[in-house]
Write a protein that binds this ligand. Structure first.
Ligand SMILES: Nc1ncnc2c1ncn2[C@@H]1O[C@H](COS(=O)(=O)NC(=O)[C@@H](N)CS)[C@@H](O)[C@H]1O
Length: 440
């Protein structure tokens, strides 16, 4: 992509309303624009990252055997009356009437709607197990939206719902989600720790939150220092192998890790050797729940069992805060110059900086490097503007692309370009071909 043809409204100044790095940097890097409290326009660079995250979430959910669909953002109040949550949900729920005076709401979550979809079509154990999920916008009228997309009012969430015949099957679905989340966050270059949590308005008695350690996190966390070292890595996972999946969950949840809601000092001190005890703050980027028949009972989602009985299905729901993840990623990956994107989520893989725009040699070299990168399956951003080098470097550092190729007349005279790593700041001179090969 040529920057002269893109839309990247970077800001020179730090916006006064931003209190944390990720909020400040998303505004300055031209990723979002606030339209009203907690509601954002996703400008091209931000939208590109959002799509990359959604792509990773889809890949890992489908790998786990979960099936994507898409539900509307607007829901009928009648559904929520069946579950009893219409009144229970409180002022966070945005309620309104349509022109026919029908009571509607902007969905904060979709347990009722997905249960209605399930009960409409499924009535036999033969159709189980099934896990359906969506990545869809939600609305929660937070009393104090803040920290940019971290606590928005309209936000993007992956929400998945499992339907199983027995509690044992539903707990396997719970474990499948835990493992798929661990893989998802690792692919994004994040360490998100599963911690026992409190179920809140969703309900149920079994739930884990996934928290990214960050000083600006809203949750206080207590954990064993060895937990963030745990890695899934390239391990092959057979999601149908219950023992393997349960084993991985045990591996990641045996050492102590809890939010302030479930923290138990006595257990902490008994279980964790003093030198491993850590207290910190975390950003909640996902939560998984098992809540049995809470919704299926209330809404008559029943199936016939092999011996002809009718039973309400066992369920759970599992969310990932896709838009919040962008804030969390920046909190965990930035310096004083700007963002430093992990390679798995970066909006563009590499920036090309032309030190002498308009010079036929450097222009031609940049065009051919751009073409070579695209041919190698990469997504470059070529700063072809007629700007001073310093300003081009500052823009590249701000938007945080992992690599930068700098092309200038002197380098070309020696048949070299400069390849710079954003994370290390290290630069090396090499041939254009070598630079393309290094980035791939
Ligand atoms: N106001 C918000 N702004 C941005 N992300 C949010 C907000 N509220 C929740 N999230 C994200 O959405 C994830 C799931 O939300 S939740 O309430 O924990 N779970 C549910 O809604 C369940 N129905 C999961 S399907 C959270 O872990 C968090 O990462």
């Amino acid at each position: 992509m040529r920057l002269s043809r893109y839309f990247l409204p970077v800001l020179k100044e730090n916006p006064s309303e931003a209190q944390i790095a990720s909020h400040r940097l998303m505004l300055r890097a031209g990723m979002i624009k606030q339209e009203s409290a907690g509601i954002y326009a996703w400008l091209p660079l931000g939208y590109k990252v959002l799509r990359r995250l959604a792509q990773i979430v889809h890949e890992e959910q489908e790998r786990a055997g979960h099936i994507p669909l898409l539900m509307p953002t607007l829901q009928s109040a009648d559904l929520w009356r069946e579950s009893g949550r219409y009144d229970a949900y409180g002022p966070e729920m945005l309620r309104f009437k349509d022109r026919h005076d029908r009571e509607m709401l902007y969905g904060p979550t979709n347990e009722e709607m997905i249960t209605d979809i399930f009960r409409t079509y499924v009535s036999s154990y033969k159709d189980l197990p099934v896990t359906l999920y969506q990545i869809q916008w939600k609305f929660r009228d937070e009393i104090r939206p803040r920290f940019g997309v971290m606590r928005g009012r309209e936000f993007y969430m992956k929400d998945g719902y499992n339907f199983d015949l027995t509690r044992e099957d539903a707990l396997h679905a719970y474990n499948r989600h835990m493992v798929s989340y661990l893989r998802t966050y690792e692919r994004m270059g994040l360490t998100a720790i599963p911690m026992r949590a409190d179920s809140g308005p969703i309900g149920g008695d079994n739930t884990h939150e996934f928290l990214v350690l960050a000083q600006t996190g809203e949750s206080e966390v207590f954990y064993d220092a060895r937990v963030p070292e745990l890695k899934l890595g390239e391990r092959a996972v057979d999601y149908d192998d219950r023992e393997q999946v349960a084993g991985i969950c045990k591996e990641f949840t045996t050492l102590y890790a809890r939010t302030d809601e479930t923290h138990d000092v006595k257990v902490f001190e008994d279980q964790v050797p003093e030198e491993h005890r850590r207290v910190g703050r975390g950003i909640e980027v996902g939560q998984i729940f098992y809540f049995g028949t809470k919704y299926s009972e209330a809404m008559g989602a029943v199936v016939t069992t092999p011996d002809g009985r009718k039973v309400p299905v066992e369920m759970g729901s599992h969310g990932i805060g896709v838009s919040r993840l962008i804030g969390a990623l920046i909190e965990a990956n930035h310096d004083e110059k700007g963002i430093i994107w992990p390679e798995g989520v970066t909006p563009f893989h590499v920036g090309i900086v032309n030190l002498k725009q308009g010079d036929s040699a450097t222009d031609a070299a940049c065009d051919s490097i751009h073409a070579a990168l695209v041919a190698a399956g990469l997504d470059p951003l070529y700063d072809d503007r007629d700007e001073r080098a310093g300003s081009k470097f500052a823009t590249m550092d701000l938007i945080g692309l992992p690599w930068r190729i700098t092309v200038g007349p002197r380098g070309l005279a020696n048949n070299v370009v400069e390849l710079t790593s954003r994370r290390t700041g290290k630069s090396e001179e090499m041939s254009a071909a070598a630079a393309v090969a290094r980035i791939k």
